[in-house]
Design a protein around this ligand. Structure first.
Ligand code: HEC
Length: 163
């Protein structure tokens, strides 16, 4: 009987581990498309006036970049419950559009404790439409996102346009 209970406890610990997976894989091949089926968290794109680009469709006028933030279910639920820190396996995507084209994608994936405990255990990914792809504990990303360390390094929804 005691052995049976032990087995039950083991089974539940394993199930708990499944609820917080740290198995998100994003590659150079999948980075441009995997997030399109996730939740769009910004129904209205964020207008980034600090990031102006020449819009060829509008006679070369400068237009602000547009940002759309996507998140997987874990990240979306954490926002809804204002749960900080975000659960392991949370994925957030910042998609940048200039002149109607997606030009860059920044991604944050919450990894297990000790991945980068000094900076909230986020793995950063960057890809652009010129073929660049990098990932890991990207120092440039960490440097800026540290401004919102108290929000577990996440700007949204602080970055939401105010009504
Ligand atoms: C100069 C500051 C700055 C740098 C550098 C920066 N970010 Fe951000 N990031 C922001 C701001 C501000 C937002 C809020 C949305 C917006 O305005 O783009 C944001 C949003 C995000 C989001 C959506 C979640 C959130 O925090 O709202 C992700 C994912 C993201 N950035 C990834 C990256 C990655 C990957 C890098 C490095 C390649 C990076 N960022 C570099 C300022 C920065």
């Amino acid at each position: 009987m005691r052995i049976w209970i032990g087995g039950l406890v083991l089974c539940c610990i394993a199930a708990g581990a499944v609820a917080q997976p740290d198995d998100v894989k994003i590659t150079r091949k999948t980075v441009h498309s995997f997030y399109k089926s996730l939740n769009l968290l910004t129904p209205t794109p964020i207008v980034d006036a600090g990031d102006m680009a020449t819009d060829k469709r509008r006679g070369g006028r400068k237009q602000p970049a547009l940002k759309k933030i996507y998140g997987n279910d874990l990240a979306k639920q954490a926002f809804g419950q204002k749960a900080i820190p975000f659960p392991i396996g949370s994925v957030l995507i910042n998609e940048k559009t200039e002149s109607g084209r997606v030009t860059a994608i920044g991604i944050m994936v919450k990894r297990s404790a000790r991945y980068d405990s000094a900076h909230g255990d986020w793995e950063y990914f960057f890809a652009d439409n010129a073929g660049e792809f990098s990932n890991g504990r990207l120092a440039e990303c960490i440097a800026c996102h540290t401004q919102v360390k108290s929000e577990d390094y996440i700007f949204y929804p602080a970055a939401q346009p105010k009504p």
